[in-house]
Design a protein. Structure first.
Lengths: 338, 338
């Protein structure tokens, strides 16, 4: 009763009046108290069920870097989806470091959580056996396929193809790519570059390799620096496909500093559709990757694994599922949309 | 040995060779193996110590909203600082909701973590007794003072005064404020508005209340909308102090849409110095609040409380400490800096 009163912001006497059906209580107060009772009851139920099942109600979300807007917005979505299902989220930041990513999977710190949602950036296809773990795991991203885990991914190839086609439809032919990872055959950079190449091939435009600019970290500073270098190289270009929005914000910054007009001289499109895209100048065209769908799907798949594990023999478990989220093209001023 | 091999990315045989001092091992390989041994040893030590002391090695960081860039960057700093000290961070997102904030302090979910770093936005000075808890707690923000807890805060008044003085020194006299909370006597909005008023008073400029625009959520969309309304109201202004950078990005967006030149016609300054500030157009002047200092100080204060709790009688505990972080003014193009 004390807890209910505290949560509802009323006195214990008022709570008692509501519970006993005393008539002289305002309807708004009664509703507040009822809400607090429901909420505490729900929490107690969840906690009791977790205890009974030997669970903690905690899941781990392992991401490369929280201050990249894409991952911050993704974490926000995932926390909301988890909370709606009575779960709390422990965030591990790996900084795309191999040792940290291994520790997420196998370190002694992987205790006390019921399952893991993991977006690896350093581990790759050579590490598939490391992902064959005995706890509930849902993978995100494009680094590791075929490991037998549930997997939720952005439709990178189709999204990048749509972005590039959008630029081509706007009359662009010399489309630069900013942020490629030429030494990595797998991962989002390779898939987005593939979408770009497919779109060019589809339009009968030859690829000029001088237009594809490698850049490891997908940060604003890198996007600005790569664009500075592209301009300094003297290669002609009339559009830039930045492989994420953070890079694209750096591209816009560099173009403006060089007094190159967007979109009149150079059209720009990014990928991720972070909130800033709608507010920068010019507003940034982008590809919305289906962030909310990815977050809720990952949580739901993990919950199903948690429900069947660890009692279920391997042969009776649901087969691994792979979900590609639905993307959408978001044209804005930077590619000539109004 | 298996774990070390996995972490180092070498075979178990190689690990054995290194451990036995076998000479024909490359120096780089030897270093990798030694690093893995050190790392695993450290983790095991931390885990063993936690078990011995009845601790989990987990702390909770409760924040209003992770997708606001300020909090995302803050969480990034806090996770780094915590990891450097062997702690993992559980993030609770409150959405500035009173019931969620109460649950952070008193809900049944507050289990399994050694301590709490909490930035409340809904609870306030009337709730001081709710903060008198029996677990290690460090408060952030400006809502609750005098609760007897350790507290780390932004120097809001001085930072806002410096921002406003900077605009006045640039010759501005009609300085609008975007994002005030007139109904809240406490909190960052009130303190930043106070700094604004102090700067105007110091320069002998009368406050025009029509220039102070209330706005609850400090989001980009709100900054844009408040600026639209300010322009529509017909009130003359030659500068805007947006109470955070997200609002300021919206202000820049609205001014540009109304073809008002920044800084020629209207100078703009924000608060927080988020990464985007250096990349938007024009680049955004801001106040850097000392985010890294706040994060590391909060973690260090919490660790000290964890070390003394719960065995230490109240009378023997260290007195509550209050730390105001050092801010710095960051002039950029939006206020006329080069």
């Amino acid at each position: 009763m004390h807890d209910v009163a505290r949560l509802a912001g009323v006195s214990a006497k008022t709570v008692s009046n509501v519970i006993n059906g005393y008539p002289h209580v305002r309807e708004a107060t009664r509703a507040k108290v009822q809400l607090a009772i429901d909420k505490l009851g729900y929490e107690l139920n969840v906690t009791a069920r977790n205890l009974r099942l030997g669970r903690t109600g905690l899941i781990t979300l392992a991401l490369p870097e929280l201050k990249l807007p894409y991952f911050a917005e993704f974490a926000d979505e995932a926390i909301r989806a988890a909370e709606a299902r009575g779960l709390r989220v422990l965030i591990e930041q790996t900084n795309a470091d191999r040792a940290r990513e291994l520790a997420v999977l196998h370190g002694v710190r992987r205790v006390m959580t019921d399952g893991l949602i993991f977006s690896p950036l350093a581990l790759g296809p050579d590490d598939i056996r490391l992902f064959q773990v005995d706890f509930p795991l849902v993978l995100l991203g494009e680094r590791v396929f075929g490991s037998g885990n549930d997997h939720v991914a952005v439709d990178n190839v189709a999204g990048a193809r749509a972005a590039t086609q959008h630029l081509i439809e706007g009359g662009r032919r010399r489309i630069a790519v900013v942020g490629s990872h030429p030494d990595e055959p797998v991962g989002a950079p390779a898939l987005r570059e593939r979408g770009y190449r497919e779109a060019l091939a589809g339009a009968g435009i030859a690829v000029d390799e001088a237009l594809i600019r490698p850049g490891q970290a997908w940060h604003m500073s890198v996007g600005a620096q790569l664009t500075d270098e592209l301009i300094a190289s003297g290669v002609a270009f009339d559009a830039v496909f930045a492989l994420n929005d953070a890079l694209a914000l750096g591209v816009l910054h560099s173009l403006h500093q060089h007094r190159i007009k967007v979109p009149a001289q150079v059209a720009v499109i990014g990928f991720d559709d972070v909130e800033e895209s709608a507010y920068v100048r010019p507003t940034l065209s982008s590809v919305s990757p289906g962030r909310e769908q990815i977050a809720t799907t990952a949580i739901d798949l993990l919950l199903q694994r948690i429900a069947e594990s660890p009692g279920t023999p391997a042969g009776e478990r649901a087969p691994a599922r792979r979900v590609l989220a639905e993307f959408s093209l978001v044209p804005r001023q930077s590619s000539g949309a109004r």
